[in-house]
Design a protein around this ligand. Structure first.
Ligand code: NAD
Length: 481
């Protein structure tokens, strides 16, 4: 299957290519120049996608799971076979370095391949001579998938793979900032699926709210900010949609004094700044024990100075631009707020002149706990370094957040690390490692970082509803003659 990745971006509705009467413009963040247009779906086109998905549901749900598993394997193969075109396009629309874009495509394929190994359990509650009681996990119907712009392809596949495997049909919406790779994915796999099973629609800011309030959609699986997640929850109430909300984070890392600072500094640096920190689980607050604070700060500054930021398609680029102007402006406001409050910048904070949304690696020296840069999720390369003296203090401060997505603890004594980790209020907690995310590990946001779970069997079950079957094995009693 070969397609042209550089032109003609179309939606997939009811198994067919669909253009819009209107378009949205997609910008390369490295140059701030328009690179393409994508269809701007109308309300009628969304209705067609939902109708197509409803019509396809009964047959797709009735297929043996083995057939749906092999479809996922075929999707994985298509992704891998088209890695060059997909990753180059991803870099152009998202900004990330080409190597990182290739990893994202590989990861999307890996998610499909690994999900294809899962199936839905049947729980037997009673199996006697007279009675069989079983709980099955049956699909919900039509799922609406809504995806952000930081990892457009892999986060889309986090929804596509479990939703389809469980027997649902899907209407998927990429972010208006990064629709191109997802639209091309739709084109690439169109012939692998019955019409209507996977619909991909792109559009402006009206499309998400239309989906979350659509009476023909049974569940929304949403990844994005906490603020938008709240709106989705409100508008989903009309038909009591099931919800999975994977939302923002403000992840803390706690670094104990016994670590090897020089060895750990690069690990922590990339935990915070990979993907230009546009990463829900990026380390966003770094609590360092006072005994090693200075040394760690110096090591991070050294690394920050040596990192190459630039156009993701250029050889050697390690950090790309911020994906869009809106987010770039938010970051500028955040550093201005820090400057206004007299915070000390260890590195960065000065916005370079020139084209593109480039924002420098910025390290802020021990700002107050109630400052915006500590309380808010920057979602960009600004990291506050925070000094602590005792474990209790570090745990209280790390937990003092409306978010609870991820956290990490770094200690030579891993048992001490584990004891600290168990006190942290977050859905994914790592000790002496970070971001070891796999298709089999459930990922759940605590507090306002989300509702529900993605990944693993638990994540798959979110795309189902339990059905308890109670069967009397003996002949049914007859009415008296
Ligand atoms: P966003 O909330 O602005 O947008 C996410 C998606 O929602 C986009 O497709 C957008 O078009 C759509 N949308 C916007 N308004 C909507 C509405 N009213 N109803 C329905 N849909 C609507 O988020 P973003 O700026 O694209 O992404 C960054 C955020 O995503 C960060 O907060 C980040 O932490 C979070 N995120 C979370 C995870 C996770 O797994 N928890 C993963 C990645 C990103």
């Amino acid at each position: 299957m070969s397609i042209d990745f550089s032109a003609r971006y179309v939606m997939t509705i009811g198994g067919k290519a669909a253009t819009g009467t209107e378009t949205i413009t997609v910008v390369n963040p490295a140059t701030a120049e328009a690179i393409a247009t994508a269809p701007n779906a109308s309300r009628e086109q969304l209705d067609q996608a939902v109708d197509g998905a409803r019509a396809a549901f009964a047959l797709w749900a009735a297929k043996p799971v083995s057939e749906r598993q092999s479809t996922l394997r075929a999707m994985a193969e298509r992704l891998n076979a088209n890695i060059d075109g997909l990753s180059q396009l991803l870099t152009r629309e998202q900004g990330k370095p080409l190597d990182a874009a290739r990893n994202e495509v590989l990861s999307a394929a890996h998610w499909c391949a690994e999900f294809s190994k899962l199936s839905l359990p049947v729980d037997t509650i009673e199996d006697s001579n007279t009675t069989l009681v079983q709980t099955r996990h049956v699909p919900l119907g039509v799922v609406g998938g809504i995806v952000p712009w930081n990892f457009p392809l892999v986060l889309a596949l986090w929804k596509v793979a479990p939703a389809l495997l469980a027997g649902n049909t899907l209407v998927l919406k990429p972010s208006p900032f990064t629709p191109l790779t997802t639209l091309k994915f739709g084109e690439l796999v169109r012939d692998l699926l019955p019409p209507g099973v996977l619909n991909i629609v792109s559009g402006d800011d009206r499309l998400g709210p239309w989906m979350s309030s659509h009476p023909g959609i049974d569940k929304i699986s949403f990844t994005g900010s906490t603020a938008t997640g709240r709106k989705v929850m409100q508008s989903a109430a009309g038909n009591l949609k099931r919800l999975t909300l994977e939302l923002g984070g403000n992840d803390a890392a706690i670094v104990m004094p016994d670590v090897d600072v020089e060895a750990l500094a690069p690990v922590l640096f990339w935990a915070a700044f990979a993907n230009s920190s546009q990463f829900c689980l990026a380390t966003k607050r770094l609590y360092v024990h006072e005994a090693i604070y200075e040394q760690m700060a110096n090591a991070l500054v050294r690394i920050g100075r040596s990192v190459k930021m630039g156009d993701g398609s250029a050889e050697g680029t390690q950090l790309g631009p911020i994906q869009n102007r809106l987010q770039y402006q938010r970051l500028i406001n955040l550093v201005e707020d820090s400057r206004f409050h007299g915070h000390r910048f260890l590195l960065g904070g000065e916005i370079p002149k020139g084209k593109g949304f480039f924002f420098p690696v910025t390290l802020i020296d021990n700002p107050p706990d109630d400052s915006r840069v500590v309380k808010e999720e920057p979602f960009g390369p600004i990291l506050p370094l925070l000094k602590f003296s005792t474990i209790d203090e570090a745990v209280v401060r790390a937990n003092d957040s409306e978010y609870g997505l991820g956290a990490s603890v770094w200690a030579r004594d891993y048992r001490q690390g584990q004891a600290i980790a168990e006190r942290l209020q977050a859905g994914s907690v790592w000790v002496n490692e970070i971001h070891t995310i796999t298709p089999h590990k459930p990922m759940a946001g605590h507090k306002q970082s989300g509702i529900g779970v993605e990944n693993g069997l638990v994540g798959l079950l979110e795309y189902t509803v339990p059905q308890t079957l109670s069967i009397k094995k003996a002949d049914a009693p007859r009415a008296a003659p």
